[in-house]
Design a binder for this molecule. Structure first.
Ligand SMILES: CC(C)(COP(=O)(O)OP(=O)(O)OC[C@H]1O[C@@H](n2cnc3c(N)ncnc32)[C@H](O)[C@@H]1OP(=O)(O)O)[C@@H](O)C(=O)NCCC(=O)NCCS
Ligand SMILES: [Zn+2]
Length: 293
């Protein structure tokens, strides 16, 4: 009985517990931050999602979250390719700035949009939400061709990543590393501004936990019944690049039905050709950052 009460108590966390954890991890107003989260992983969070958002906002120069809407993808027959799911879902609705964030992305980003009026980038499937000093530079970098460009800006800003109750399978920054390494992306479609638009999706993230032991900036603190992990965007991107330089198929899953196998086939056929982020190279984003700081 006593143990049960103690466990329930331990798994009931509040803003002070979270703030203490972020402080221990060295997260603060001096850095921009991208957060990936599971609300229920903590146990019971007093005040729910707004408690988490308030604490994150107090500890970030700019707070960024994914606001992806996977269900907005459409599957037009004339664009069909071998890497599509055998039975694609029904075509999704056209994306709108108030389209709900996918359940797979979580309630915390959804409430960030709804309750905090976070600014949202206009990508029909892979939008990001942000508030804070560098919001405009981060979000305006995104295009249909380069959906992960906002991570490139976070790289330039030397931002932090926090994983709240989730692991590297939610660590979108790894996809940006894959992009730089030249890992092929897959064509996907969604309706956008009244027309069918092409965009690009990466392989899945099921095997991303392989990065864990290679990161040098990673710090972990227990909170409630889970952990909060902090690491730098640069460490994750640079480590992904090193892992993929050693093995271009690193962190692809081995599940037969997964699109990862199509990415693997493309790599075996065409190799990988690492790329520079042209936005960053051309200094467009960086000069924008200088203006906004
Ligand atoms: C999928 C995922 C969101 C599921 O996490 P989750 O904790 O089950 O769901 P959410 O974060 O949306 O939180 C909602 C749940 O919190 C619970 N909850 C509600 N209030 C709560 C509170 N005060 N305290 C704790 N939990 C609470 C509820 O059970 C709710 O579930 P319900 O919708 O069934 O009622 C999470 O595992 C994940 O992967 N997050 C990261 C996603 C991401 O950033 N991906 C990047 C793409 S590569
Ligand atoms: Zn996969």
């Amino acid at each position: 009985m006593f143990n049960f009460v103690r466990r329930a108590w331990n798994h009931n966390i509040n803003a002070i517990d979270l703030e203490r954890a972020l402080n221990q991890l060295g997260v603060g107003q001096h850095r921009d931050l991208i957060a990936h989260s599971s609300l229920s992983a903590f146990g019971f969070v007093q005040g729910g999602a707004p408690t988490v958002i308030d604490v994150l906002q107090r500890n970030a120069r700019t707070l960024v979250m994914p606001a992806f809407t996977y269900y907005t993808l459409v599957w037009p027959n004339h664009k069909k390719s071998g890497d599509w799911p055998a039975f694609p879902p029904a075509d999704g609705p056209t994306w709108r700035p108030d389209s709900p964030v996918s359940h797979d992305i979580g309630r915390i980003p959804q409430q960030y949009l709804e309750l905090y009026q976070a600014v949202r980038s206009h990508h029909p499937a892979l939008s990001f939400a942000a508030l804070g000093q560098n919001t405009n530079s981060i979000l305006s970098s995104q295009t249909l061709e380069h959906p992960y460009a906002p991570i490139g800006v976070l790289y330039a800003l030397d931002a932090d990543i926090v994983l709240l109750g989730v692991d590297h399978r939610s660590n979108t920054t790894i996809h940006y590393g894959e992009y730089l390494a030249g890992r092929p992306m897959l064509e996907r479609y969604a309706y956008f501004r009244g027309a069918l638009a092409q965009t690009f999706f990466p392989n899945c993230s099921a095997a991303f936990n392989a990065i864990q032991g290679h990161l040098t900036s990673l710090e972990v603190v227990g909170v409630g019944k889970t952990q909060v992990q902090r690491m730098s965007v640069r460490d994750v991107v640079d480590t992904t690049l090193k892992m993929l330089a050693r093995d271009p198929e690193a962190m692809l899953c081995s599940y037969n039905g997964c699109r990862c196998q199509h990415v693997r086939d493309k790599i075996r056929k065409n190799g990988v050709h690492s790329t520079q982020d042209s936005l960053l190279e051309q200094g467009q984003v960086l000069s924008g950052l200088r203006r906004s700081s």
